[in-house]
Ligand binder design. Sequence first.
Ligand code: NDP
Length: 328
Amino acid sequence: NTILITGANGFVASWVIDTLLKRGYTVRAAVRTEVKGQYILEQFKSYSETGKIQVVAVGDIAKETAFDDAVKDVDGIIHTASPVHLGSGEPSEIIEPAVNGTLGILKSALKFGVSVKRIIVTSSCAAVKERQETRTNIDETSWNESSIVECEEKGKNAHPLDMYSASKTIAEKRAWEFVAEHASEIKWDFVVITPPWIFGPPLQEVTSVETLNSSNMYWYKAVFEGNFFGANPETDPAHGWIDVRDAAEAHARALEEPTAGGERIIVCAGSPWVWQDFCDIAQGVDPKIHSIGNTFNTAKEHSILGLEYRTMKEMTDDTLAYITKKGW
Ligand code: NDP
């Protein structure tokens, strides 16, 4: 059973790979360039030596045919690759690769993925909720329309979070449309996982604080540098969070659980939170209970995936242990 995972050198994908290998799958790890795959082969050496993991270079995912070869002879696909940063000039700089990458893998799978049975796309709660909304009990029927409008109206002056959110929303919407349009030809089923902020100990190659993946970088800056990028750490609620290892487990279960087919599933360990919560936990203080901000409904996740989430404290302790080991 061979699974193609895209964005394989990324934060989330590295843990998905670890989870899949431990479950006995063979993994085809798609990265931008050969060089980016070297660390993966080294890290999962015992598996690479026995052919349980191989690396394929696919180039820029914005190119429509990027995955044409990678999808051949695999049984399942987990598509995590998408730009994750809050520093675009024009919205199109982030929207285009996100959308083309997601549509591209579906197109390639339709043409060349004859043995594919299921495709999982990592979307985001950024595609589910609007940036500033404070609704509670938000479920999978909700879409973040306002970030798209913000980008259309303000262009390069749109809020960076709206640019990222629009990239995730448009990519996911187009994917569902593609699946619906081609329903009669498609032999696989389709699942979307929408996590909120993902934190936790990195498994991917990180050579310095500056090369941390974006979400962990924000966490690090908040906890160690008191930099909350303009947010009030005590009062500005952020939407949910999840430990990266639980997010990875969610992807594996989404691959295996028959009833996940055709579903959009929110996975979320806790919501809402404020940055101060992580600062408190890191300092051994119990965080305050907050009743502000939006919350997500995870009933669908419970009934289909049945995750047991790590706590904020477990996540924080393990991330601090990683940081200590790095000597930062
Ligand atoms: P990372 O930045 O760690 O990984 C992103 C991966 O996508 C990298 O392998 C990167 O390759 C690849 N990628 C991005 N753009 C391109 C491109 N144009 N061509 C080729 N490869 C590309 O991010 P995460 O692991 O944190 O995120 C993974 C997924 O999870 C994303 O879809 C993200 O939107 C989603 N997500 C993440 C959350 C978080 O808090 N981290 C929260 C919710 C969802 P390269 O290294 O070569 O750039």
